[in-house]
Design a protein around this ligand. Structure first.
Ligand SMILES: [Fe+2]
Length: 241
């Protein structure tokens, strides 16, 4: 299969994800075994911490690409950031102090889990008005959106796209959260999956189990959009609906 993972911490030695090249190789092997052929590596970018690190991130990403050429040649790798929201986010992106996804206008944007609905909308507006297209990182972590289909629809209507972690989708019948986010995916509200992998044992790259679960509630037309098509469109510079 050709799954895509647009949120992970595989770049070695730049954040709390992969600590070194050996760990990155193990994560690449996991990704290959999970059927992933496109990955956007997204090291954390926090205001006041990460701006100076961009040259190092780029250097380490080049190293990851070299490793992938021999260890997982079927995987196409791109670079981005998981950009923690701050008021000057659009300026930081414009100035190259934070990286959009694969050089596009799409930005993997992280909000604090306890952020208010109002602040999320305000932040997203700031990004869209500056011509960026926000992709909300693990939207399921933002407490106020759990169970609120209308609010999620509003996010989509204002041009934001939503990413859910693959692991979130794998809960059993009694896992209300997992069921809710699978339902949102089936309603077409979720655009991307990400493994958010940090560590080969503690937070590994997973994808197949999520796809298997989702295949029970999504149609054969819907699932490919979420599992790979949107991500392939993103890196090809196409507009995602
Ligand atoms: Fe992450």
């Amino acid at each position: 299969m050709d799954y895509a993972d647009i949120h992970n911490h595989l770049v070695p030695g730049v954040d709390d994800g992969s600590r070194n090249e050996e760990m990155s190789v193990r994560l690449l092997h996991q990704a290959a075994a999970e059927g992933i052929t496109l990955m956007i590596a997204t090291p954390h970018n926090y205001p006041g911490h990460s701006e100076k690190k961009i040259p190092l991130v780029k250097e380490q990403f080049a190293r990851l690409q070299e490793l992938a050429e021999t260890e997982a040649p079927q995987i196409r790798l791109y670079l981005g950031n998981e950009v923690f929201y701050r008021d000057r986010i659009a300026d930081d992106l414009e100035e190259g102090l934070a990286l959009p996804l694969a050089g596009s206008r799409y930005v993997l944007t992280e909000f604090h889990p306890a952020e208010s609905r109002e602040n999320v909308f305000k932040g997203l507006r700031r990004l869209t008005e500056a011509g960026w297209r926000p992709v909300i990182a693990h939207v399921e972590r933002i407490e106020v959106f759990f169970g609120d289909v209308a609010a999620l629809q509003n996010l989509r209507d204002m041009g934001a796209l939503l990413q859910v972690n693959s692991h979130t989708m794998t809960g059993g019948f009694f896992d209300r959260r997992s069921k809710f986010w699978r339902t949102m995916a089936a309603q077409g509200l979720i655009s991307f999956l990400g493994s958010d992998a940090h560590h080969p044992e503690r937070r590994p790259v997973t994808m197949k189990e999520a796809i298997a679960k989702l295949s029970k509630s999504m149609t054969a037309d819907q699932l490919p959009r979420l599992a790979w098509e949107n991500a392939y469109d993103l890196v090809a510079g196409k507009r995602i609906q």
